[in-house]
Design a protein around this ligand. Structure first.
Ligand SMILES: *Cc1c(COP(=O)(O)O)cnc(C)c1O
Length: 418
């Protein structure tokens, strides 16, 4: 069973100070997970996790991760600006963007971030934009076709369709690109790929790593480029559903180490650094959306209306994603009521749960919507004039800190020209 990282008593105290809805983050969980991550790859001296800022763009979160040794992975101007203001410098910042506006390359280069090019044509675009090719440069690889890992022990298959994805260089472009970049002054090279999202298999990273390691050896042999790092990017998933198995990061790290020793070490490339850009795995389980039941409705179905809506958490509406719900104080009650749990948007897909078996919900009950720590608040929007919620950090000592205030109507109106 999924257990919230916060108790009803703690939540009652918080809601006396901060009105619902709000996103709550668990500092202890974030730190412990970041340490497991670091330990899993400690065999690789150059290892670094570059947290994908888009998952949870909040300075308090970024500073915690920085203290745990992480860098940031940015894909936009404001993510670069936030990383800079949080104290990340130079090679602590990865810039993995696509369809990149010129001013973003300018800022990334100005900060000394490692630029990860998404496309062959971006080589000339970068040179034309900033006037030079940085000595350290990375390219995003897309092998095309489909990517799959056979059903794992747990019975979960990983499948995705890189050939259909807008990202990355083809194999031929990657080789041409490395030759061209080298001729333009690049000295240290990296390879990056993101082939499947939210994977629930300890095999994803090791399989991807083996593909990238082989590619790296070939590229080194064919181009003479000095490959310094391999970036496994994001994609390690979390079990949103209580029946799903969690990934074991120690097993994943060990799987990558095996591929490293089988492929890179014999090729004389044992000094390559491993980078990751996880977002979901680093934060997802360590955040939740706290909301209150405000209405009930009995028509063709039973509805519970809550004070959060898809503007606070878009994943269920956008992907039909499952997010587990705990009715606080009723953890041990029988789940003998079937509900649609809805927000207030004038969109019928604004439902946090459909036909979900839950304990009887009374108006005023606090609901915890689990696993919103990544791609939760950050995907928020203002449709229907709804305002984005506050973000609160539950600190290790049990106290709380407001790390983003809720939007007000003034914020909403502030960009309008009347
Ligand atoms: C979104 C993204 C990530 C993080 O993905 P997760 O699924 O959250 O781990 C990493 N790298 C890039 C380039 C991304 O776009």
């Amino acid at each position: 069973m999924k257990k919230p990282f916060v108790t009803l008593e703690q939540l009652e105290k918080m809601t006396a100070e901060y009105p619902t809805p709000f996103h709550l983050y668990d500092e202890r969980g974030i730190r412990e997970n970041a340490r497991r991550m670091k330990a899993a790859f400690a065999w690789n001296p150059g290892f670094k996790e570059y947290f994908a800022v888009k998952a949870t763009p909040n300075p308090a979160i970024l500073k915690i991760l920085r203290e745990e040794g992480c860098g940031t992975d940015c894909s936009s101007l404001t993510e670069l600006m936030m990383s800079d203001r949080c104290g990340f410098t130079g090679s602590e910042i990865m810039f993995s963007s696509n369809d990149t506006p010129p001013e973003e390359f300018v800022l990334a280069a100005g900060l000394g971030a490692t630029i990860n090019l998404d496309d062959f044509t971006h080589i000339d675009f970068l040179k034309d934009t900033i006037g030079y090719i940085p000595e350290t440069i990375s390219c995003r690889f897309n092998p095309g076709g489909t990517f799959s890992i056979g059903a794992s022990k747990e019975g979960f298959q990983v499948m995705d369709n890189p050939g259909d994805a807008k990202y990355g260089f083809t194999p031929a472009q990657l080789k041409e690109g490395f030759i061209k970049l080298k001729a333009m002054g690049a000295k240290r090279f990296g390879i990056h790929a993101f082939l499947a999202s939210n994977t629930l298999s300890n095999e994803y990273y090791p399989t991807l790593a083996a593909i990238l390691f082989k590619t790296a050896v070939e590229l080194r042999d064919e181009t003479g480029c000095d490959i310094k790092f391999i970036n496994l990017s994001g994609g390690v998933g979390i079990p949103y559903h209580p029946d799903q198995p969690a990934n074991d990061i120690a097993v994943i790290g060990e799987g990558v180490r095996k591929a490293f020793e089988e492929i890179l070490v014999p090729a004389g490339m044992g000094d390559v650094s491993i980078f990751t850009e996880l977002g979901r795995f680093m934060l997802g389980p360590y955040g939740c959306l706290v909301t209150r039941a405000t209405h009930e409705k009995h028509t063709y179905k039973e509805y519970i209306g809550v004070d959060a809506c898809a503007a606070n958490l878009m994943r269920p509406a956008m992907y039909g994603a499952y997010h587990h719900i705990t009715v606080m104080g009723k953890e041990d009650a029988r789940c003998d009521h079937r509900y649609d749990v809805t927000g207030s948007l004038c969109e019928n897909n604004d439902k946090f749960a459909v036909d979900r078996m839950l304990p009887r919900i009374d108006i005023g009950d606090l609901l915890v919507i689990h696993d919103t720590g990544a791609h939760g608040f950050s995907m928020g929007y203002n449709y229907n004039g709804r305002l984005r919620s506050a973000e609160i950090l539950l600190k290790e000592d049990g106290s709380t800190a407001l790390i983003r205030r809720a939007e007000t109507p003034d914020d909403y109106f502030s960009t309008l020209v009347w």
